[in-house]
Write a protein that binds this ligand. Structure first.
Ligand code: 5RP
Length: 223
């Protein structure tokens, strides 16, 4: 079992019968979602998922997890991945361009568990650029603001499509390197106050628990 798989499996064990689960996006949550499907099949637990992307929606369907929406249900527990995790459990997310819906679902959850391999733990956020979902028409003014804030913004380009990545919501994704981020709480607010920014990938003060896959086994860190 690889480290992401270990974390995903351990998180699936935390799920209780009857819960509404926020289904995060990415390669680590992939293992979690599949394992929730296994528990439905083998143990008969009755749960529903609220996907955070087309990826997690399709995987939930494949895994026979019934899906619902924030309109219909409150989220008991959300399980999501991360690109960086600092000692105060502030995160950078959005490596998969899904951070807008992830933040909405994760924020509304009663409990938020982050799953990752231990390479995602950092002393200070900022090596991974901060993803921003933006309205395409706002690209020039948003770039100008980000440069004034000391960042080096880039439009994220697609790998198997010509041109930019288009998010599940039909928007551009910008990756903005700030270097070391000393105050993620403030930066999260500042970025969202730029007109045209839909959401940014800093998730400050939201996490209840981190489940890490490490070479010494699964480690659970609580905030
Ligand atoms: C998607 C995300 C992912 O959760 C994050 O990029 C981690 O991905 P992975 O589990 O593949 O390392 O924020 O927008």
């Amino acid at each position: 079992m690889n480290l992401k798989e270990m974390a995903g499996f351990a998180a699936a064990e935390e799920i209780k019968d009857g819960q509404i689960i926020g289904l995060g996006t990415g390669s680590t949550t992939h293992y979690f979602i599949e394992q929730v499907g296994v528990r439905i099949k083998e143990e008969g637990i009755s749960v529903m998922g609220i996907p955070t992307s087309y990826q997690s929606f399709l995987l939930a369907k494949e895994s026979n997890i019934p899906v619902t929406t924030l309109e219909e249900h409150d989220v008991d527990i959300a399980v999501d991945g991360a690109d960086e995790i600092d000692p105060d459990f502030n995160l950078i997310k959005g490596g998969g361009a899904a951070h807008t819906l992830e933040k909405i679902v994760d924020y509304s959850a009663n409990e938020l568990i982050i799953i990752a391999d231990d390479s995602k733990i950092v002393d200070v956020l900022g090596k991974f650029p901060v993803p921003l979902e933006i309205i395409s028409e706002a690209t020039k003014p948003v770039f100008s603001e980000l440069k004034d804030m000391g960042a080096d913004p880039q439009i994220r380009m697609a790998k198997f499509k010509d041109g930019p990545v288009i998010s599940d919501n039909g928007n551009f994704i910008i990756d903005a390197s700030f270097g070391q981020i000393d105050n993620p709480i403030q930066l999260e607010k500042d970025l969202n106050s730029i007109p045209g920014v839909v959401e940014n990938g800093i998730f400050a003060q939201m996490v209840d628990k981190v489940i890490l896959g490490t070479n010494d086994g699964v480690k659970v860190l609580k905030s």
